[in-house]
Structures are given as C-alpha cells and as structure tokens.
Write a protein that binds this ligand. Structure first.
Ligand SMILES: C[S@@+](CC[C@H](N)C(=O)[O-])C[C@H]1O[C@@H](n2cnc3c(N)ncnc32)[C@H](O)[C@@H]1O
Length: 260
C-alpha cells in the first residue's frame, strides 16, 4: 500500500481534472446555450476563472470559442498549455489570482464552475472577484457562476466517493467534510486521490477551505455589485429550459449574471 502524500492536489491537474471530466460536455453545452439565450450579440470570447486542468477550456476551444483562462497554480497553467498544444488548439492561459485581475481585452461571457468561486475565502475577495469580472466583461455579457449553497440549517455532508478513468489512468476520489463553521462562513474539505496510472500508484491528500453561502448571503453579496443583474438560476442538471427558484431549497446553484 503506498503512503499518503499530503500535497496541493492542484499541483496534479492531470489527475484532478478527471474529477469532473464526465460533466464537461454537458457544462460546455449549457454555457453555449446560456450565451444564446441571454446575450444579444454573437459570443466568441470566453473567460474561465480558476480553470484547473482545463477540461472546459479545451472543450470550448475545440468548439471554436476564443478562450482566456486564469489559474493561480503554475503547474496547472503549464498543464493546460501543454494539453492545448497536443490538441493543436490555442487559448490564452494566464497565471493570475482571480480575486483581482485584468484581462488583455474584454470578453463576451465568462464562467466559473465546480465551487471554484468558494476558494475566495473572504467577503472582500469575493467582492473584488465579481468587480474584476464585471470590469472585464463587455456590456450585456454574462457571467455563469456555479457553486453549492447551504440551506440555513444545513448539516455537514460527511463523505462522497467517485471514480474516473481516462486511458491507462484510473483515479478514485474521496471527499470528506472535516468541519463546517457557518458563523465564520467556512468549511474545510479533505480530498483523497488514489491514482493508478501505468507504474504509478499514488495516494494524494489535500485540505481546502471554502467560503460558505446561504441564498440570503449570496443575495447580499450581489447587492454590493450593481454592475451585475441576476437573470436566472439553474441547478447542476444544467438544463437551460429548467430555471430554478432562488430560495433556501436550492443547493447546487448555477447563477447567470448580466453585466449592466
Ligand atoms: C476545483 S478546481 C476547478 C477547476 C475548473 N473550474 C473545473 O471546473 O474543472 C479549482 C481551481 O481553482 C484554482 N484557484 C483557486 N483559487 C484561485 C484564485 N484565487 N485565483 C485563481 N485560481 C484559483 C485552483 O488552482 C484550481 O486549479
């Protein structure tokens, strides 16, 4: 049995990216559908905040969009650039903190899925991120923001397990909620990755702190960013025909915001 390495799992984007790869086509199709539904102009330039291993960047670049993506992890940025070269695709991948950034030029639409926004652990970082995104979007452009909301009386969800396979690489993922501290607005999640790839047999572990949001807390944050208007909310089924009510019942939320 290999020893567990306590690492930053984001330094291993080739494995981490598999965690959500199964949902990539569904999410990319939703992003395309949202731009058609909510933008009054043809959309070509997209931005992803916190792109990770680049599954959505690669998929959307292959569909003909011009992508700019940010990530603060250097291994991740290098990996996405390599992946694009291998597929003979181009995109602009920047080593940047999404809390405060300036893109080379404005984009038509942007997205940030899979709870990445909740890595911004303070209200001031979250606010600064939304303001940066608004500044870098053209007027009438949309920002698609997907993350988990907590109902006011939520209990800790203890453990989730899933697996993914790509070529000779097989990864078992386990997510354990270590603590949920709603009064301080954070939870700590522990990720385990068990990787089997050719001769490689690895056990990786990271703890990440995520900011928590109830519906009311996110509404309040949005009120401080009048540059954005909330258009509709969806859930993780990513069905553009099925907007959801934005209330305490909604857990997995995908917000569509329009730059005013
Ligand atoms: C869960 S991964 C998600 C990747 C991608 N959004 C996806 O859906 O596949 C989160 C990524 O966000 C990046 N990240 C976290 N905080 C960040 C920040 N402040 N600025 C830029 N990237 C950040 C991490 O380095 C990591 O690659």
């Amino acid at each position: 049995m290999p020893a567990t390495h306590v690492v930053d799992c984001y330094d291993y984007p080739q494995y981490w990216d598999l965690a959500f790869r199964e949902d990539t086509k569904l999410e990319a199709t939703f992003i395309e559908a949202a731009t058609r539904k909510f933008c009054k102009f043809p959309v070509r330039r997209l931005c992803e905040a916190g792109c990770g291993g680049g599954r959505l960047v690669v998929e959307l670049a292959a569909r003909g969009f011009a992508l700019t993506a940010l990530d603060q992890n250097a291994a991740t940025v290098a990996y996405v650039q390599k992946r694009l070269r291998r597929r003979k695709l181009t995109a602009n991948i920047l080593l940047e903190d999404m809390a405060d950034f300036q893109l080379p030029s404005k984009v038509d639409a942007a997205f940030c899925l899979t709870n990445t926004f909740r890595h911004l652990t303070s209200e001031s970082q979250a606010l600064s991120h939304l303001r940066s995104m608004a500044r870098n979007l053209r007027k009438g452009g949309i920002y698609i923001l997907g993350f988990h909301l907590y109902p006011p009386e939520a209990d800790l969800v203890k453990i989730e397990k899933w697996s993914a396979k790509h070529g000779k690489t097989h990864v078992d993922f386990m997510l354990r909620a270590l603590e949920y501290v709603p009064e301080k607005r954070y939870e700590t999640l522990r990720f385990f990755l068990r990787v089997r790839s050719g001769q490689r047999n690895l056990k990786l572990q990271s703890d990440y702190r995520y900011r928590t949001y109830t519906a009311r807390q996110f509404r309040r944050l949005l009120k401080s960013v009048p540059e954005f208007k909330l258009l509709e909310v969806f859930d993780f089924w990513f069905d553009i025909e099925e907007p959801q009510d934005f209330d305490d019942e909604l857990g997995d939320a995908v917000f569509v915001l329009r730059k005013q």
